[in-house]
Design a protein around this ligand. Sequence first.
Ligand code: FES
Length: 131
Amino acid sequence: MAGELWSFRLTIRPIRSKLRATQPLPWVIRDEIGMTGTKYTCKGDYGCGLAQCVACSVLIDGVVARSCVILIAGIYGRKITTIEAIDQDDVGQRVVASWVKHQVAQCGYGQFGKVIAARNRSGNALTPRSG
Ligand code: FES
């Protein structure tokens, strides 16, 4: 999948096919765009569907959000960034590199949400460094 699809702006177009405005965001992310890093309970993956486990976390306009409780109708035109794109800037690369270096222990489902949260907390305050 092309990298530019990993971070996308939600428009009316993907909704036209089979989605309704009252469906949660993971339906767009997983079924329409095909990015499965975002987990959701009703799709057979693990997750709570209650904004509690972080497995479905994404960035919406740069702010971390639990996508399982966000309806498509409320986020038209907003920029959505999923775990697949989290290492596409210097800060995200450093977060992922640190995560691997320190072998952060998490379950496979909540880990993506925690990486996104760490990236969100880091914001742009971190400056790239060599080595
Ligand atoms: S699926 Fe658990 S927080 Fe969204």
